[in-house]
Design a binder for this molecule. Structure first.
Ligand code: MTE
Ligand code: MO
Length: 306
């Protein structure tokens, strides 16, 4: 990418097992990176039927191989430098075509929702992939709470701009702050979540603490991190990567094995952690979430609106 310039499952049926599993994997991951035990608070969240049964990547893989250009363009830069980020206090400004605009403290946002574990496939436009056990809640729950007005057709998101803590923002590698957007129906889809944690713990800073978007059927760059602003708007908003390279990064950015990136094929992907000798896996249209989202794009030419 670096570039020129849980409804049918009962809580009691599954909670113990998932908490145990998360713990065990977290401890294994933390031990491998040399992190001391009790620093993070664990989160209680219900499992979701929208989760994949695929085996998640390890905590260490998910937190040591990242894209977060605010901390540098290298995959290891976010793990090294994101500790400088202050995530408390944190508020999200919600504005535009909404009934209840305002600056919402994160605690207040979280009081109004119930957290779920969503184990999702995640596919970066650079052709690597992981499986990540997010903790979060549907974006629709927050949008319903603030009251979306009828003129709103898109949702625009912005990341924090704080170059004192985000060293990557001291150079103009991207047009800061990082911005992303979704069509309103994409934003309201049940798969679209705001994530506040992973592996049953608060969101690691390198993964977009304290709150980030996750849109699992789209390339990873749509899943904007460390969000401070959500605007309901009438027109398709400008988005960072689309401005950088309109021929390379579309607004829709749905995972599609048949639409190659101009500089590489999107037909297959490298599963992080699959081992040195494992072959690449085939990329699946909508990252395998077609049953839930294909209907959003009926009548659109997916090669044109890539
Ligand atoms: N603010 C911000 N959000 C961002 C990015 C970024 O550089 N800045 N990178 C995106 C890209 S390209 C990917 S693949 C994912 C990576 O998420 P992860 O590091 O949690 O796997 O975050 C996305 N969100
Ligand atoms: Mo990405």
């Amino acid at each position: 990418m670096r570039h020129r310039n849980g409804n049918d499952l009962r809580w009691s049926d599954v909670t113990d097992k998932s908490v145990w599993l998360n713990r065990r994997q977290l401890i294994a991951g933390a031990a491998a990176v040399g992190v001391a035990g009790p620093a993070v608070a664990s989160i209680t969240a219900a499992p979701s039927p929208l989760s994949t049964q695929e085996k998640p990547n390890t905590f260490e893989e998910i937190t040591s191989y990242n894209n977060f250009y605010e901390f540098g363009t290298g995959k290891e830069d976010p793990a090294e430098y994101a500790s400088a980020l202050t995530v408390d206090p944190w508020s999200v400004q919600i504005d535009g075509l909404v009934d209840k605009p305002g600056s919402y403290p994160l605690d207040d946002i979280l009081k109004g929702v119930s957290l779920e574990e969503r184990i999702y496939r995640f596919r970066c436009v650079e052709a690597w992939a992981m499986v990540i056990p997010w903790i979060g809640f549907p974006l629709s729950a927050l949008l319903d709470r603030v009251g979306v007005q009828s003129g709103a057709k898109y949702v625009a998101f912005e990341t924090l701009l704080r170059p004192e803590e985000m060293r990557g923002q001291r150079s103009a590698i991207l047009d800061w702050p990082y911005r992303e957007g979704l069509r309103l129906d994409e934003a309201m889809n049940p798969l679209t979540i705001l994530a506040t944690g992973l592996y049953g713990e608060e969101m690691p800073k390198q993964n977009g603490a304290p709150i980030r978007l996750v849109v699992p059927w789209k390339y990873g760059f749509k899943s904007i991190k460390s969000i401070v602003k959500i605007s309901l708007v009438a027109r398709q908003p400008e988005t960072t990567w689309n401005i950088m390279g309109p021929d390379e990064y579309g607004f829709y950015a749905n995972v599609n094995p048949e639409v190659d990136h101009p500089r590489w094929s999107q037909a297959s992907e490298r599963r992080i952690g699959a081992g040195l000798f494992s072959s690449r896996q085939q990329t699946v249209l909508f990252n395998g979430y077609g049953d839930q989202v294909a209907g959003l794009y009926k009548g659109m030419n997916l090669a044109k609106f890539y």
